[in-house]
Design a binder for this molecule. Structure first.
Ligand code: ATP
Length: 267
């Protein structure tokens, strides 16, 4: 019986320049998976092995998914986003077959970035009913990763987790997720860049980006997006009431900061 495919490929329209801050992480991704694709001969000449994935970890909302999507955009590749928590539930009883189908699909659509979010869902220590079958799924996943590493057929694998301590240690061997990168909450400079990104195409006037970046310590990228959304909505309503276009100001954004508490400090 044919099972319905519950994953698909998209073509991201964002690049690294659309991602605020994260310079160190961008550089890691570039050196490990983008440059080898662009300069395979150079890597060979210097004896640098190509292949292996990167595991991104850190608090929610700090841009792991966004950056993975931008990685695909950067090299004009496709992007397949697999949220393992949800998809394992959908695949119940058929996980190995479906996992294999993901990699087959990726191969057909290469070059592409396959992003496994919540990779800790593949934990051998899960205490639910599926624990015994989980080992099989993990082994299938490892076999697929090793296949990608040895065939070098245009698939780039990225993974992310908020719970790195729950990720199976077998994933971290060479050729698998052998680079583990912490995606920290944005620093002041990063927050300024993220603010600029999200205000880019909106009607604004006299925005004091630096002051806003200062007053948003501990805010994640997602929190900053939420602040811009709150201010935008308020201004849109005001504009409709007044019948004129009211632009977003620093004051509106400061007000939104007070309405939205940062989420990263809970991590
Ligand atoms: P989770 O662990 O919950 O999956 P995440 O780290 O993957 O979180 P994202 O989904 O990438 O977080 O970020 C959520 C949203 O926040 C993004 O869609 C984006 O709009 C915004 N955002 C986060 N970080 C950045 C950034 N560095 N630059 C611009 N926007 C960002």
């Amino acid at each position: 019986k044919a099972s319905k495919q519950n994953f698909f490929m998209e073509k991201p329209d964002i690049k690294f320049e659309d991602v605020g801050g994260m310079d160190k992480v961008k550089n890691e991704i570039s050196m490990k998976i983008i440059q080898p694709l662009k300069n395979p001969d150079l890597y060979k000449a210097f004896g640098k092995k190509i292949g292996g994935g990167i595991l991104l970890y850190g608090p929610p909302g700090c841009g792991k998914t966004y950056l993975a999507r931008a990685t695909a955009g950067e090299i004009n590749a496709g992007f397949i986003n697999i949220g393992l928590h949800d998809i394992l539930d959908m695949w119940m009883g058929n996980s190995e077959k479906n996992l294999h189908a993901v990699f087959e699909y990726a191969r057909k659509n290469a070059p592409c970035v396959v992003f496994f979010d919540e990779v800790d869902a593949l934990g051998a220590s899960r205490s639910d009913l599926r624990q015994s079958s989980m080992r099989h799924v993990i082994n299938q996943f490892l076999a697929e990763l090793d296949g990608v590493a040895s065939k070098n057929d245009g698939i780039l694998v990225l993974a992310a987790t908020n719970a790195p301590w729950s990720v199976d240690s077998a994933f971290r061997r060479p050729g698998r997720f052998d680079r583990i990168v912490f995606v920290a909450p944005p620093d002041e400079k990063g927050r300024a860049e993220i603010l600029k990104q999200h205000l880019k195409n909106k009607p604004v006037e006299n925005i004091d980006i630096n002051a806003l970046a200062k007053s948003t310590a501990e805010y994640s990228g997602a929190d900053i997006q939420a602040i811009v959304d709150i201010a935008t909505e308020a201004k849109l309503e005001e504009s409709m009431a007044k019948g004129s276009l009211e632009k977003i100001t620093t004051k509106d954004l400061q007000k939104a900061v007070k309405q939205h508490r940062p989420t990263t400090q809970e991590w």
